[in-house]
Design a protein around this ligand. Structure first.
Ligand code: NAG
Ligand code: NAG
Ligand code: NAG
Ligand code: NAG
Ligand code: NAG
Ligand code: NAG
Ligand code: CA
Ligand code: CA
Length: 250
């Protein structure tokens, strides 16, 4: 007998003894239970059935062609309980819900963060702006009399070059914006401001009945007619002329 043969026999003997021991243990307790519990691989998504008869795919997995495969709970809202304002993140064997930006909570419940009342309040918006909380975010709105994007607000002032007064324009502040409109004495033409003829109707001027209305670019003037004197809105008969006429009639 060679040494190699003895070694082989010894190995065979120990294997036989080991198998006998397993067999004894199996009959002593429950054979299928042992088979199920030792063969189901948790890491592969398997678990032992309640009756210990066989392996099945555990929660978070589904039966694939060969093995249990990860279930994408995020694919349908019916397979996860993430809040409408939460992001669903699929993980191997499970999933995770995290509130979207601008929301806070545990993922199954998320609520809007009121950025306007948080500690960093003052730095969010410009000093001349108001913080307005919105669902999922916030905005900064320049206060009345200021304009800008909210992170920077500028005092609204009409400057000389804001509008063109030579074209009858006037600068005004409307809806927190600088705006050019037609000044008094002008009306909005097709493109530019055009002169308004106040003399076309007595309703549009205050010239006296005995005055002549003269239309000007952007305004008008009233001059008393011959034989009358005054400032145009009020004209009186010229005393000397009247007197002269009077003399003539005699
Ligand atoms: C094994 O044990 C399970 C419960 O643990 C039992 O339902 C089943 O009948 C048992 N099988 C045998 C063969 O004893
Ligand atoms: C998540 O938060 C909501 C509201 O605070 C609470 O009702 C719910 O039980 C929480 N869910 C978990 C899983 O903690
Ligand atoms: C934050 O801003 C809001 C409105 O803009 C204001 O009512 C509140 O007092 C401010 N809070 C702090 C801590 O400055
Ligand atoms: C907030 O916005 C989310 C979408 O981002 C919407 O699902 C939710 O209904 C809104 N909540 C309110 C109170 O308007
Ligand atoms: C707001 O306006 C200021 C000045 O024009 C600019 O520097 C800043 O980048 C703007 N911020 C945003 C968020 O648009
Ligand atoms: C024109 O003269 C009348 C009478 O003297 C006076 O009442 C009126 O205020 C004057 N109008 C103007 C625009 O000066
Ligand atoms: Ca999953
Ligand atoms: Ca908000």
């Amino acid at each position: 007998m060679s040494c190699q043969l003895i070694m082989n026999l010894l190995i065979l003997l120990s294997v036989l003894i080991f198998e006998k021991a397993i067999l004894t243990l199996a009959t002593a307790t429950n054979e299928t239970e042992i088979t199920c519990q030792t063969s189901c691989i948790h890491e592969y998504g398997e678990t032992c059935l309640n009756d210990q008869s066989r392996c099945q795919c555990r929660d978070g997995f589904f039966k694939g062609r060969k093995v249990c495969e990860d279930l994408n709970e995020c694919a349908s809202p019916s397979t996860n309980d993430c809040h409408g304002n939460a992001k669903c993140i699929n993980l191997f064997g499970t999933y995770q819900c995290t509130c979207k930006n601008g929301f806070q909570g545990n993922g199954t419940h998320c609520e809007d963060i009121n950025e306007c009342i948080s500690a960093t309040n003052e730095t969010r918006c410009h000093e001349h702006a108001q913080c307005v909380n919105t669902n999922g975010s916030y905005t900064c709105q320049c206060l009345d009399g200021y304009h800008g994007n909210g992170t920077y607000c500028e005092l609204l002032v009409c400057k000389e070059d804001t509008c063109n007064p030579f074209h009858g324009e006037k600068c005004i502040i409307e809806d927190n914006h600088l705006k050019c409109t037609c000044a008094k004495g002008y009306f909005k033409g097709r493109k530019v401001c055009e002169d308004f003829n106040e003399c076309a109707s007595p309703l549009n001027n205050d010239c006296h009945d005995n005055a002549k209305c003269i239309n000007l670019f952007g305004s008008y003037r009233c001059t008393c007619e011959n034989g009358f004197q005054g400032n145009g809105t009020h004209c009186e008969g010229n005393f000397f002329l009247q007197c002269g006429n009077h003399v003539k009639h005699i």
